[in-house]
Design a protein. Structure first.
Length: 371
């Protein structure tokens, strides 16, 4: 009888391994590029982040171990309602307004876990309602807590370090941006409908207030319900002035540089701007909840292209309610869709990749058609 059980066990193991080998060899899907033909592609879809399975590819040995031991990495959806995203050095952090925490996608360690819901265990660092998030080059994480009216700072593992500001400083902090070195922290204090405190507060690395940019209004350099900000590699601060339907650029010291945008339904206009990010070349990316895409602008505000379209099918590049957007040091774009509970990862192609694709297209076009 024991021999029979052993034979059955090894038969099941062989079937499992055969099944795993099939499961690990899916059909190669066609690459998704933007912009669409006949334009030359500049971006390619890579993946969507939803759970641990998004960054962990099981081997046959992993599956066998899970089956034998009865353990398994969870594939449960990580988000209740994702809002904003930040990324650097293989770590992606997503704020969740319903779960009242931040979600860490640690790609090098193949781990996904929440942090901030319990703070440091001593009553400090507890996230109540997180909105905007940013990261510096040391992978320190900055989270704007609109309910606590402060910015909480965590290290690269999600351990609480300190708070910036507080109820005596902020009226309604909705976003935070930081330069790569972490010595300038810009907090978007949106005030409210009845408030005149629509401004950017600037802090140093120790959390001391060093400057205040703007006030409520429609003139250049003023804001009306600003909702996001981003810092370019050269230190230029870009503010998404949502209530004025425009982007405004400032020097690191807060001097106004330029502005572009208007309300409308055409390319380059804004209808419901929600998130902003800047790539290594200084190009500015803006998500729009009405257009359900993100538009890419040159540093001077020239509209270059858009990526995304409305879609209920939850396919790559289809969005219902796009929100936060981030760009890491490799020029990968991370865009949050609150309704599809995902973060799409879209990579900017290198010039040699663009040239290779163009050559392949030319070679295909030049081939004679068989009669």
């Amino acid at each position: 009888m024991e021999l029979v059980r052993v034979c059955v066990f090894f038969s099941l193991v062989m079937l499992l391994l055969m099944g795993c080998s099939v499961a690990m060899a899916p059909k190669k899907s066609e690459a998704i590029y933007w912009p669409k033909p006949p334009d030359s592609p500049r971006f390619i879809y890579e993946t969507s982040l939803r759970s641990t399975s998004s960054i962990r590819q099981d081997t046959s040995l992993d599956r066998l171990r899970d089956a034998v031991t009865g353990t398994r990495q969870t594939t449960q959806q990580s988000f209740a309602k994702p809002y904003d995203v930040a990324a650097y050095g293989g770590k992606i952090v997503v704020t969740d307004t319903v779960a009242r925490s931040a979600i860490m996608f640690d790609v090098p360690r193949k781990r996904v876990y929440p942090f901030g819901a319990r703070g440091d265990g001593k009553g400090k660092g507890v996230i109540v309602k997180p909105l905007g998030v940013a990261m510096d080059s040391k992978q320190n994480i900055y989270i704007a807590d609109v309910t606590e009216r402060d910015v909480k700072v965590y290290d690269g593992l999600g351990l609480f370090l300190r708070s910036i500001g507080g109820q005596e400083v902020f009226e309604r902090p909705v976003d935070v941006a930081v330069n790569r070195s972490g010595d300038r922290v810009y907090v978007v204090d949106a005030g409210g409908i009845e408030s005149d405190q629509h401004r950017i507060l600037v802090f140093d690395a120790e959390g001391s207030l060093v400057n205040e940019i703007g006030s409520r209004g429609s003139a250049l350099g003023k804001f009306n319900l600003p909702n996001q900000a981003a810092v370019a590699p050269d230190g230029t601060l870009y503010v998404l002035d949502a209530g004025n339907f425009r982007v405004q650029a400032f020097t690191p010291d807060g001097e106004f540089i330029r502005s572009w945008g208007k309300v409308g339904r055409n390319l380059g206009d804004f209808a419901r701007p929600r998130g902003i990010a800047v790539d290594s070349g200084g190009n500015v990316y803006v998500t729009d909840g009405a257009f359900r895409n993100f538009q890419v602008f040159s540093p001077d505000g020239e509209m270059l292209l858009f990526i995304g379209e409305p879609g209920l099918d939850d396919r790559p590049g289809q969005y219902v309610l796009p929100a936060g957007i981030a760009i890491d040091e490799t020029d990968r774009v991370y865009i949050v869709d609150q309704m599809h509970f995902k973060v799409d990862v879209i990579r900017r192609l290198k010039e040699e990749e663009v040239d290779r694709l163009a050559a392949q297209k030319a070679e295909t076009t030049a081939k004679p058609v068989s009669p």
